[in-house]
Design a protein around this ligand. Structure first.
Ligand code: TPP
Length: 592
């Protein structure tokens, strides 16, 4: 949601500001795979009719699409969360050598503190790895300006440009000046095999060119560094959101704020360092700048003062500067308000509940994947034994089965979007090597985890147009899976039967549990259910579903606590009623 303040200014999140910057830069094609905290960027781009904004199957495909569009002569943007760049790394690491046609920007959003990620890798290292520039805005206004700048840099230096955001930049809102869309002449595709065909003979010539480009970029990085203050005692080098924290707790600081965090303008920083008695680097996550400065023989302090793990904050920056004797220690503030801990749970009525309930009963060894269903690793479901990276469940199941280390049946569980993202090649491996595993594809027709986006199996595009959905059962059969079941996970006995049959099959088998997500594309709510207290025998079987609508009461039966149902949460899915031995769970009576 964009909040307009005035016609030429708007209150935008960093993600919306990046989308706006890309639109103003004349971007024609934008491609992404969703991932928090980056997702809203492409969703915001979809609102601009001039932009062909489209979800890709995964991040590598997104970069391929953007690179192809760039070579076709139009400005192009690819968007992903930090771990997405691992998936796209193969294309990325060679696109650094091909260079671009029209401007190509890869926006990557890091997640320090892991609010919703499996690791907190620092994307700045990818810039160094690929020898390409990385721009780092520190608020929404800069997010827009740096996006436009990134396209200019891309074309001027013939390079893909990384634009790094972090959760605080992506999700905070700030005032952004709005400009018109720039008209960028379309160049058309220009054949140049020496530049675009990375066979060794050609690629060899590109590497020295990349290094020479890096030198020119290093000179340019100095132009983007901004100096503030003049204290000769302490100088602070920073970039991105940590700049805002320093300004907040130490407004008079003598600062060198980098706009480009790679390559760093080392001689510019050396001059800054020479003009102060002590040099401090304030950066989030890894000592990326600090180590490069040290390697260049510049004396500097950084991670001795500030944590290397998790997000920085004004308080942590204050504490670090106090440790360095620059600021007074913080006065202890008021105690933070106490909050009631709420463990993450699947939604009431989630179609992922019964598959895990069934796998628990079957005692399976379950390799898991990334999606809403990863919550099945937690109590009370607690039926997931591994979760590493998107698409890993199937290959890991195949390897686990090959190890002979599990006496229990080996079952991979994977969401529909994750299956299409990275699961399909692993399923082919399982077929090829006849792995004795069952793959459960939890098909809810959407990317629920990141807010309900469309994907190639859902039948609609990001722009809301109908399209041909991938036929997942046909795909599984086409790659050679002989035993494929499709079942409605709201039908408990049928789901159980399908799992038993699939597990009994020798070789790879697939069960697709198909039922739309209760939240997307529309919120589903049916007549709620209630517990007839007098009939409840407190067997607590329904509790194993992990449904948040089922809650404990103070009433007991034979010393065990009975349950009740929160009618505001209940979606009327019927699952608990199907499981209830005394049939104590019934639909709420509706008054005529
Ligand atoms: C490489 C990578 N890209 C993106 C993400 C963000 N992400 C986590 S799970 C997920 C997909 C979930 O969709 P699906 O598999 O259909 O399961 P659902 O949440 O709908 O149950 C995404 C996009 C990620 N963790 N890693």
């Amino acid at each position: 949601m964009t909040l307009l303040v005035e016609a030429d200014r708007a209150l935008l999140s960093g993600n919306e500001a990046i989308a706006r910057g890309a639109w103003e830069a004349g971007v024609v094609v934008a491609s992404a795979y969703p991932g928090t905290p980056s997702t809203e960027t492409l969703e915001a781009m979809a609102a601009y009719p001039e932009v062909d904004a489209r979800w890709a199957t995964n991040e590598k495909v997104a970069v391929d699409v953007a690179l192809g569009a760039s070579l076709g002569g139009v400005r192009a943007l690819a968007v992903m969360k930090h771990v997405g760049l691992n998936v796209a790394a193969d294309t990325f690491m060679s696109a650094t050598s091909t260079g671009v046609g029209a401007g190509l920007v890869i926006m990557v959003a890091d997640d320090p503190g892991m609010h919703s990620s499996q690791n907190e890798q620092d994307t700045r290292f990818y810039a160094r790895f690929g020898l390409v520039p990385l721009l780092e805005p520190s608020d929404s206004a800069e997010a827009k300006e740096f996006t436009k700048l990134a396209f200019e840099v891309s074309e001027r230096f013939d390079t893909p440009v990384l634009l790094r955001s972090t959760t605080r930049i992506s999700h905070n809102r700030g005032i952004v000046e709005l400009g018109p869309r720039g008209e960028v002449p379309v160049r058309g595709f220009q054949r140049n095999p020496h530049k675009y065909v990375m066979l060794p003979a050609y690629a060899r010539d590109r590497h020295p060119w990349v290094l020479e480009r890096l030198e020119r970029l290093t000179d340019y990085a100095a132009e983007l560094a901004v100096e503030e203050g003049d204290d000769p005692k302490v100088g602070i080098v920073t970039a991105g959101v940590p700049y805002q924290y320093v300004k907040e707790v130490y407004p008079d600081a003598h600062l060198l704020k980098l706009g480009m965090s790679f390559p760093i303008p080392i001689e510019r920083i050396r001059r800054f360092a020479d003009a102060v008695e002590r040099l401090i680097v304030v950066e989030e996550l890894e000592p990326f700048l600090e180590e490069q400065l040290r390697a260049a023989g510049i004396e500097v302090v950084g991670k001795d003062l500030f944590p290397r793990v998790g997000e920085l904050s004004p308080d942590l920056v204050h504490d670090g500067l106090a440790k360095a004797g620059i600021l007074e220690p913080r006065e202890p503030g008021p105690a933070p308000p106490t909050t009631v801990a709420r463990p993450p749970l699947l939604c009431a009525g989630c179609p992922h509940m019964v598959p895990y309930w069934a796998l628990k009963r079957l005692g399976a060894t379950v390799t898991g994947d990334i999606g809403c269903y990863t919550l099945a690793a937690l109590d009370p479901i607690a039926t997931m034994d591994t979760c590493v990276a998107m698409g890993s469940s199937i290959g890991m199941a195949s390897g686990l089965a090959a190890s002979g280390g599990s006496d229990a049946p080996v079952v991979a569980t994977i969401g529909d979007s994750t299956f299409l993202h990275g699961g399909v090649p692993a399923l082919m491996e399982a077929v090829y090597n006849q792995a004795n595993i069952t793959v459960v594809i939890l098909d809810n027709g959407t990317v629920a985890m990141t807010g309900g986006q469309e994907h190639p199996g859902s039948g609609t595009t990001l722009k809301g147009e109908e399209t041909r959905p991938v036929d997942i059962p046909a795909l599984c059969r086409a790659v050679g899976v002989e035993d494929v079941h499709v079942v409605d996970p709201y039908d408990v006995p049928a789901t159980m039967r399908a799992f038993e049959e699939a597990i009994a099959h020798r070789g790879p088998s697939v069960v697709i549990t198909y039922r739309p997500c209760i939240e997307a594309p529309v919120r589903i709510k049916d007549r709620p259910y209630e517990v007839v207290a007098a009939d409840c025998t407190a067997c607590q079987l329904c509790m194993n579903l992990g449904c948040p609508a089922i809650i404990w009461t103070d009433e007991t039966f034979e010393g065990r606590r009975k349950v009740t149902i929160d009618p505001t949460l209940c979606t009327g899915c019927t699952l608990c009623a199907q499981l209830c031995p005394p049939r104590a769970i019934v639909p709420v009576e509706v008054e005529a």
